[in-house]
Ligand binder design. Structure first.
Ligand SMILES: [Zn+2]
Length: 289
């Protein structure tokens, strides 16, 4: 595909056809290449995403250049998404640089304020042909500098989801349903009853946050209930870092990134492909030709 594309149509197609598109948080060029390789080999549509922390770490222009190069070289559709942004100015900067999807996370504010901030972003993004994701309720755990303690995590209310979708016109919605960022201590306690109601009432692609470590059967159930995008961040970082640690444990003198990055990329690719099989997006690139 010649360009990065907006994820709005991608996610609508996924919801309509009952599969989920995997969205991977990448922090280095090698991680980006590994997930693109994974998607290309399995012919899966792909969403690359970065947190605000990674945007500050690498620079939005470098990230867009790498993602755009991946899109140009690839036969599968690729979108570039900004994850959990609370800073309006940074969000606008990322749209200007070429991000094709943004998340405005105003979930820490009261409902009306969340609506107002989301409306503002939807207006600007729509003019630029960029997808928007917003969050209702509060996803627990730690994502960059957004920290939500377990007792403060809040499930999304199905009727509020309906109202929010109508008032904001947001194309994709991330309702908090009991998943959390980071690694689960036990099993996640997903509120499937709530998700069923949201699925029935809101005709939008939904987004599953905290996708690291959710058991396979629960991921499949979420996808069947409208979760058209699953975010995977923590598990990917761990796979990448552990592969490098193994190299240095065996050979502390190793000093060539071209050597220790090879198994790190392989580990990321393998994990990404396992997640793609789980959400059912394997072979689905054909839906976008
Ligand atoms: Zn998240």
């Amino acid at each position: 595909m010649p360009h990065l594309i907006s994820s709005t149509a991608m996610l609508q197609t996924a919801r309509k056809n009952g599969y989920g598109i995997t969205a991977f948080n990448v922090h280095t060029l090698e991680m980006l290449q590994a997930v693109v390789d994974a998607a290309e080999e399995l012919q899966a549509p792909l969403i690359l995403q970065t947190t605000v922390g990674t945007v500050k770490h690498l620079g939005p222009d470098y990230i867009v250049a790498a993602a755009a190069t991946a899109a140009k070289r690839s036969t599968v559709p690729i979108a570039l998404h900004l994850d959990h942004c609370t800073d309006y100015n940074l969000l606008i900067q990322c749209i200007r640089e070429g991000y094709t999807s943004v998340m405005i996370d105003a979930s820490m504010h009261p409902f009306e304020e969340n609506v107002r901030r989301t409306q503002e972003v939807v207006k600007v993004a729509a003019a630029a042909g960029v997808n928007v994701e917003a969050e209702l309720g509060k996803v627990g755990g730690v994502e960059d500098d957004i920290v939500v303690a377990d007792e403060d995590a809040l499930l999304a209310d199905p009727d509020e989801c309906v109202k929010f979708a109508e008032l904001t016109g947001v194309p994709t919605l991330a309702p908090a349903i009991g998943t959390a960022h980071g690694i689960y201590k036990g099993e996640p306690n997903i509120a499937f009853g709530k998700l069923e109601q949201i699925f029935a009432k809101v005709d939008l692609p939904l987004v599953l946050h905290g996708g690291s470590g959710i058991p396979a059967d629960q991921v499949k159930r979420c996808v069947a209930l409208g979760m058209a995008k699953m975010n995977v961040a923590t598990e990917l970082r761990i796979a990448f870092s552990n592969a490098i640690k193994t190299i240095f444990d065996a050979n502390p003198e190793e000093n060539d990134p071209r050597k220790y990055m090879v198994p790190a990329k392989a580990a990321v690719k393998e994990l990404a492909q396992a997640k793609m099989h789980l959400t059912g997006c394997v072979g689905r690139a054909k839906d976008f030709r």
